[in-house]
Design a protein around this ligand. Structure first.
Ligand SMILES: C[S@@+](CC[C@H](N)C(=O)[O-])C[C@H]1O[C@@H](n2cnc3c(N)ncnc32)[C@H](O)[C@@H]1O
Length: 280
């Protein structure tokens, strides 16, 4: 009999959160068009070396590669890396590949490797934001750029409100937890890049709108978040454990209805983010 005891590797909660559900469902049904429009503003030129960090299944990485850049997508979630590589193949993009990695420690990537590091609603979700800033600066080439899109805390638009409601139904975070939303505050951004050696005059921050466009009803859109988006799935699970699932669902239903600006069929919801541009 094999008496050897095996120890399971420790669970990384950051990774587990994003491997839960299927973020591809959210991205595919409501983010592709706006992702492509965002990429059109990034000044991508053929041959540019781009790192797309926290890339998911490639909402922005695919259009970056379609514009001729050499793109590496890095994401902590194995399922999204696999989905990204399948999309690259489907689109016939041999200048795009995805690999697993953690924004807090990009150990597989050499210093000064990329002309542009893009992270749209991605690296903001990694723990240890000072490590993230240090890593993105390290892998960017001097003279290159970093562009982050970060949701803004307490903003009246959709994503911040979704988080506000979800948080109210969730257990308090562990001690020392730094909210991802702090990446949406200019002062924090300047402090983090400052610690990574970037002077404040090299950083610009601007509030920009992102539009989620979905073919189905607001109720169907909310159901997708409930069933496939890790953070919302966790909020529903926590609410259910407290016998408050119906209350959470009613509050979120009112939220999607209130924020829906679609004229006629479908759902269209705006959310503001902080667009951070760093000259390295
Ligand atoms: C809201 S999704 C956005 C995905 C993609 N950028 C998009 O716009 O569709 C957040 C992404 O960040 C990734 N992520 C979270 N923590 C990360 C970390 N520590 N390192 C790398 N990726 C991370 C998640 O796996 C997920 O794919």
């Amino acid at each position: 009999m094999d008496t050897q005891t095996q120890t399971d590797p420790p669970v990384n909660p950051n990774k587990a959160l994003w491997e839960k559900g299927d973020f591809t469902r959210i991205a595919e049904s409501s983010m592709r068009k706006s992702g492509e429009a965002l990429v059109a503003t990034l000044g991508i030129t053929p041959g540019l070396d781009v790192l797309d960090l926290g890339c998911g299944d490639g909402t922005t990485a695919v259009p970056e590669a379609q514009l001729g850049a050499n793109v590496l997508g890095v994401d902590i979630a194995e399922n999204l890396v696999a989905a990204g590589n399948a999309r690259a193949q489907r689109f016939g993009l041999d200048n795009l590949r995805f690999q697993q990695g953690d924004a807090t420690d990009l150990k597989d990537l050499a210093d000064d490797s990329f002309d542009l590091v893009v992270s749209i609603f991605g690296a903001m979700f990694a723990p240890r934001p000072f490590d993230v800033a240090e890593e993105v600066v390290r892998v960017a080439r001097p003279g290159g750029r970093i562009v982050m899109g970060n949701w803004i805390p307490n903003d009246p638009t959709f994503v911040a409100q979704l988080l506000r409601v979800s948080t109210a139904y969730s257990p308090p975070p562990p001690e020392g937890f730094v909210s991802p939303m702090t990446w949406g505050i200019e002062e924090n951004v300047l402090e983090r890049f400052g610690a990574a050696g970037i002077p404040a005059e090299n950083v610009t921050c601007e509030r920009v709108m992102f539009l989620f466009e979905y073919e189905g009803t607001p109720a169907e859109y909310l159901a997708d978040f409930r069933d496939y988006y890790g953070p919302t799935m966790n909020a529903y699970a926590a609410a259910a454990a407290d016998g408050r699932e119906a209350e959470l669902h009613a509050e979120l239903s009112a939220l999607v209805d209130e924020h829906n600006i679609a004229d006629g069929a479908g759902t269209a919801i705006e959310a503001a983010y902080l667009r951070v541009t760093v000259a390295v």
